[in-house]
Design a protein around this ligand. Sequence first.
Ligand SMILES: Cc1ncc(COP(=O)(O)O)c(C=O)c1O
Length: 277
Amino acid sequence: MIYFDNAATSWPKPPGVAEAMVHFIDDVGANRGRSAHRLAVESGRIVYGAREAVAELFKASDPLRVVFGHNVTEALNLALRGLLHAGDHVVTSSMEHNSMMRPLRALEEQGVELTVVQCSPEGLLDPAGVEAAVQSMKKLNRDAAHLIQQVGANACTDITGFALLGHGYEMAEKSGVRLRFHVEQLPFVEGAVQYADEWLFPGGTCKNEQAYEHKVHFAPTIPEEMQQLLYTPETSGGLLVALPADRLTRLTGLFADEGRPCWIVGEVTEGEGVEVA
Ligand SMILES: Cc1ncc(COP(=O)(O)O)c(C=O)c1O
């Protein structure tokens, strides 16, 4: 779905907008579809003309399937709540109007996954960042999970809303061990480090930090923006898997054979919690 948010705020409006409004108020004034008198028919003709114009613009095959809402907020709610279901992924930008963000945040609570690509303070959105987010979300964990099963793992989790550190901590806690990540070995989606440098993070980052900061130990050399980045929620951040060291080569070999990326990002040690070195 492509959403053009322009008509609400653009100014000045093209002259045709005012002309059409004046024509309707001065010369028509009737409700369409309510009656069969001449002006009601004329009103219906105008609305049908609008249907046809919108259908042509959006390449819709049937003008009768164009739905007009009372306003943008209603139309967006209709589209978002009608189309999205738990498990669907949405990519949007940090510049969206509340009429878009509020229903999306409400749907997020019902299981729709949301990635908000941050815009720069100048309001610019990097298309490469959007593309990277979309591509990363389109990748399924299913094939990677099959490869991992062939080798056998001690533990495995997907990395989503609680971010690498939150999910990593849960894995460590349940297994009674400590996870040590090496920051220079961690992969990041294109643009993520740059956004972090500009201190642009989604809201969930702060919540994750509050929930897990007492369980995570950062080496003093890790810059603050990198710490925040590791708390940043993921929509589909891949799988984190722990397996005995002697199976590593077999696993990385399988991934290489299938042309799938995998990274060795740290090790399991004695102790508890998560360490970032
Ligand atoms: C940019 C933008 N998008 C959406 C809306 C919501 O439009 P509506 O008031 O028709 O629901 C507004 C309203 O001001 C807006 O400025």
